[in-house]
Design a protein around this ligand. Structure first.
Ligand SMILES: Cc1cc2nc3c(=O)[nH]c(=O)nc-3n(C[C@H](O)[C@H](O)[C@H](O)COP(=O)(O)OP(=O)(O)OC[C@H]3O[C@@H](n4cnc5c(N)ncnc54)[C@H](O)[C@@H]3O)c2cc1C
Length: 421
């Protein structure tokens, strides 16, 4: 899969930027819609995205109805991409997309160098990057041993080396939880996971399987307020935070360690979208998309973690197949029908994707709540209600909306709210 299947063509129906699960799903969707010339471009040596380093099980339960590891999930899609004769160029970085949909890439692969290919439609599937120490301004010295959890995962699972011997993990997102277990299995002493919010930020199954099963303590409403050490981390100071998330330094305590792993969130990789002046959602930090996954720039679609951060790869695939099918249709027909209803996140909802819908089609709406809530409902105006026993910000909620739910609605803005009886 390291080479393109045939020489890079000057023109494609659909060009997909990023070859992770979103990019592969989009390319397959485009082929399904009838696009003949489809290209995936990925900057890594192999397509597959983040999945190669996720060697734990937990992928594919919804899509394949079986539990796969990340590499197994990637392999299934790579096979389909190969069988669908989709061109793949790896080791190639997309530098620019212009408003006529010319895509410029640079690659060290033989015979490529810097090239521009014309596209009938483009799908942005560049995934997300991890927030680093700079994003939350942790004071202290700058010794070795402070790294993001995803980088530590790559070191352990791909490069075969340990980041340290005694670690503190800041942030209870899924990557932090998975790394707490992974490091413990490799003999690293994990002193604890510290979370600034009063609730955990990862999936419940990961709290149980990665922390409880290994007796790793999770301390809520706490953060790291200082990093100490000259060459290598020697200790970190952790402190509780007040109700406004401000650290109470007087109650701080030192934890000796040589490693601080940061699992403090992912940010969509949106440079290319911003260069194109595509509208960005201030909450997700990803592009605003219609129900066809088209961005504010006609002919440019987006899917996967570049749009909003997903917990489960299965939903990335579902969303990306849709984006790809619509990109393929756009490339063939030149346009798509427009949505007429804007979804407006209201009380208790942090965001909804897509941002607009159409009353005559079935839609899958993904959303997150702002706070944990027991026994509640998600409502779309007075048209639709979904009751939930629990809702957590860490667990994406997925609604299936049918045309009959929207029957008789003539407005243009539909509020989406968390309702507590
Ligand atoms: C540590 C971790 C554990 C996870 N565990 C689970 C789990 O147990 N179960 C589950 O279902 N999901 C899990 N997930 C979630 C799932 O893996 C992600 O939601 C999914 O991989 C996102 O897919 P993506 O294609 O959007 O992004 P990615 O997989 O990040 O792929 C994006 C690709 O785009 C490429 N790219 C970016 N910019 C450019 C550019 N300019 N030019 C060329 N290429 C570019 C990148 O190289 C990368 O290959 C986990 C995620 C992580 C990080």
């Amino acid at each position: 899969m390291n080479e393109i299947h045939r020489p890079l063509r000057p023109e494609y129906d659909v060009v997909v930027v990023g070859g992770g699960p979103a990019g592969m799903g989009a390319a397959l969707g485009a082929r399904e819609a009838g696009a003949e010339r489809v290209l995936i471009i990925d900057r890594e040596k192999e397509a597959g995205g983040i999945l190669w380093q996720c060697i734990h099980a937990g992928f594919g339960l919804h899509y394949f109805k079986e539990e796969l590891t990340g590499p197994e999930y990637a392999q299934r899609f790579l096979k389909q991409v190969e069988e669908a004769a989709i061109d793949v160029v790896t080791d190639a970085f997309v530098l620019d997309i212009d408003r006529e949909l010319n895509v410029t890439l640079i690659s060290s692969a033989e015979g490529i160098g810097m090239r521009t290919v014309a596209a009938g439609a483009v799908v942005l599937a560049m995934g997300a990057r991890e927030r680093t120490r700079g994003a939350i301004h942790i004071p202290g010295t700058r010794p070795a041993g402070v790294l993001t959890a995803g980088l530590a995962q790559k070191m352990v699972n791909i490069m075969g080396c340990l980041p340290g011997r005694r670690a503190v993990i800041l942030g209870s997102g899924d990557i932090g939880l998975i790394m707490a277990r992974r490091l413990t299995l490799e003999g690293v002493e994990v002193c604890g996971v510290y979370e600034i919010m009063p609730y955990a930020n990862g999936l419940n199954r990961n709290i149980v399987q990665c922390l409880h099963d290994y007796d790793i303590p999770l301390t809520l409403s706490h953060t790291v307020i200082e990093i100490h050490g000259t060459h290598r981390v020697e200790k970190v100071t952790v402190a509780p935070v007040d109700e406004n998330l401000r650290p109470i330094a007087s109650q701080g305590r030192d934890i000796p360690c040589d490693t601080l792993l940061l699992a403090i969130g992912l940010i969509p990789e949106t440079e290319l979208a911003r260069q194109l002046a595509i509208r960005i959602d201030r909450v997700t930090n990803g592009p605003v998309v219609s129900s066809t996954m088209e961005t504010s720039m006609p002919g440019v679609f987006a899917c996967g973690n570049v749009v909003h951060i997903h917990d489960l790869v299965d939903f990335v695939t579902e969303e990306s197949l849709l984006a790809g099918r619509n990109a393929g249709t756009y490339a063939i027909k030149g346009q798509l029908s427009k949505d007429t209803i804007a979804l407006v996140p209201g009380e208790g909802i942090s965001y909804c994707v897509p941002h607009t819908i159409s009353p005559d089609r079935e839609h899958t709406i993904y959303l997150r709540v702002r706070r944990p809530q027991e026994r509640c409902s998600i409502v779309l105006g007075d048209l639709y209600e979904r009751r939930l026993r629990y809702a957590f910000p860490a667990e994406m909620i997925r609604l299936q909306i049918k045309p009959e739910h929207l029957q008789g609605f003539e407005g243009t803005r539909l509020p989406v709210e968390l309702r507590v009886p």
